[in-house]
Design a protein around this ligand. Structure first.
Ligand SMILES: Cc1cc2nc3c(=O)[nH]c(=O)nc-3n(C[C@H](O)[C@H](O)[C@H](O)COP(=O)(O)OP(=O)(O)OC[C@H]3O[C@@H](n4cnc5c(N)ncnc54)[C@H](O)[C@@H]3O)c2cc1C
Length: 437
């Protein structure tokens, strides 16, 4: 007889593990199946794990802001010990530079006010006192040092100041955070199966029946959830639900780079997460008195879409290293640039409008938490809470497509309309169409 579960979750990344924990708390017998050897070994493992609230939409800000409180309350939220320890919330705050005519910042600020995100407005004098290593030059947009001979030229103007959110930061170890969630799910009866690849989504008469593994083993469940990260489109094709979706997902190659702190300034101890839209970079402190640099996906950087997420170039490229590190050097003139590139390469699971899809599908019992677009680590526990509510209500008969599930946030008490994340939505023109969501 086939093994059985109430809900099979495809993937044990940070969102898959969070969804397991939340469903297990609702008495679902969950089974996460992952082809890798442990939880959080997929794209979660290379996440920069930055926790910040600036997004282009009310819903994006509200979801991310709710996440702050989960990370703050991590030990209590999990309610279990993990012999490997707990992931730490490094609350460095975020410095978000204010530049002329930057709509993204204006919109974020409006939503901060509406939602109640604590922030401070810094003029250039305050910025200088708090972060003396930052130059205030305004470059008027991002280019590539290998294509623009005027890359280092300044416009002569200055940025206007910064918005500082004290409640944001990053998570010390993203893979450990997924493991913590696995422990919490297991404490509520959740099970995890590793080194097991799903190759078939079985179904009959419009209802999901379960999955088949590469070994040929079949496991049955009335609920199957696609949380396969950059493999999400493959799983949706396997389930034949992709044709019903207006918004699709694709894997995008992404590099993040690591550099030593500038001499004389310990960025690991005294640095903040910093978002510099003028240079299209976002950087944060990292262990070993270093900094990690991520991209804000400027148009001048070619996007490398990946058809097969199991086969892509995992080496940092010299050209992209120089592009991102030189952009930071425009902001931190004292930065010393090592000759040998260092960093990580992994995949984002990007939706057409860079906003996730948290939804059901046209196949009864088959759900998805996908399209995390390089920006949902921070919201993973909130996404888990929302997915568990959505799945539970749909299984009890709510027609989410006609009557979208509304979820009350645990900490902020805000109400999230899950219809915002529908697979049937029109492309959201308010999106930044970048990792900023
Ligand atoms: C370089 C980088 C930097 C990032 N920085 C940030 C950041 O600063 N802040 C932020 O909020 N977010 C960030 N993100 C995004 C964030 O990390 C992701 O949104 C999040 O980790 C996705 O988690 P997940 O559980 O959905 O997917 P994953 O962690 O990718 O997990 C999916 C799992 O599914 C499994 N799987 C796939 N197919 C199958 C199959 N057929 N059978 C069995 N198992 C399968 C995989 O093995 C994998 O373990 C970043 C991402 C990257 C790549």
């Amino acid at each position: 007889m086939n093994q059985k579960a109430d809900a099979i979750i495809i993937g044990a990344g940070v969102i898959g593990s969070a969804t397991a924990f939340e469903l297990a708390k609702r008495d679902y017998k969950t089974l996460n199946i992952d082809k890798l050897p442990a939880s959080g070994y997929g794209s979660t493992s290379n996440s920069l794990a930055i926790v910040r609230a600036h997004y282009s939409t009310w819903d994006g800000v509200a979801l991310a802001y709710e996440g702050f409180f989960y990370w703050d309350d991590w030990a209590n939220y999990l309610g279990v010990e993990d012999e490997r320890g707990l992931a730490k919330y490094m609350k460095t705050g975020t410095v978000l530079f204010k530049t002329k005519g930057d709509d993204h910042i204006k919109r974020s600020l409006k939503y901060y006010q509406e939602i109640g995100v604590a922030y401070e407005e810094w003029d250039l004098e305050t910025l200088k006192q708090r972060m003396p290593i930052y130059a205030h030059d305004y470059y008027g947009g991002t280019t590539r040092p290998d294509e623009d001979e005027h890359f280092w030229d300044k416009t002569g103007d200055l940025i206007e100041g910064a918005i500082y959110t004290p409640g944001s930061g990053y998570i010390s170890d993203p893979q450990l955070a997924a493991h913590n969630l696995q422990m919490a799910a297991e404490a509520h009866g959740g099970k995890f199966l590793f080194n097991s690849e799903i190759v078939e989504i079985r179904q009959a008469e419009g209802r999901v029946l379960g999955v088949t593994l590469a070994s040929g083993e079949q496991i049955d469940a009335p609920v199957v959830v696609n949380i396969a990260g950059p493999h999400s489109a493959i799983i949706n094709r396997m389930a034949a639900v992709d044709q019903d979706m207006k918004i699709k997902t694709r894997a995008l190659r992404q590099e993040a780079h690591q550099v030593p702190s500038p001499p004389g300034f310990n960025f690991e101890k005294n640095g903040c997460h910093t978002a510099d839209s003028d240079n299209a970079v976002s950087f944060r402190p990292e262990l070993g008195n270093t900094m990690m640099i991520g991209s804000e996906d400027p148009e001048c950087d070619a996007r490398v879409w990946v058809d097969n997420p199991d086969d892509f170039n995992r080496n940092v490229s010299q050209a992209q290293w120089e592009a991102q590190v030189y952009r930071v050097a425009r902001r931190i003139p004292s930065l010393e640039i090592p000759s040998r590139p260092k960093g990580v390469v992994d995949l984002y699971d990007v939706s057409d409008d860079w906003i996730p899809i948290y939804d059901k599908s046209c196949l009864k019992g088959f759900y998805m938490a996908i399209g995390s677009s390089g920006n949902q680590f921070k919201s993973a526990p909130v996404a888990g809470h929302c997915m568990a509510a959505l799945i539970d209500l749909c299984e009890k008969g709510q027609d989410h497509d006609k009557d979208p599930v509304q979820v009350q946030c645990v900490y902020t008490k805000l109400t999230l309309n899950m219809g915002f994340y529908s697979r049937h939505r029109e492309i959201n023109d308010n999106s930044s169409f970048s990792v900023n969501g």
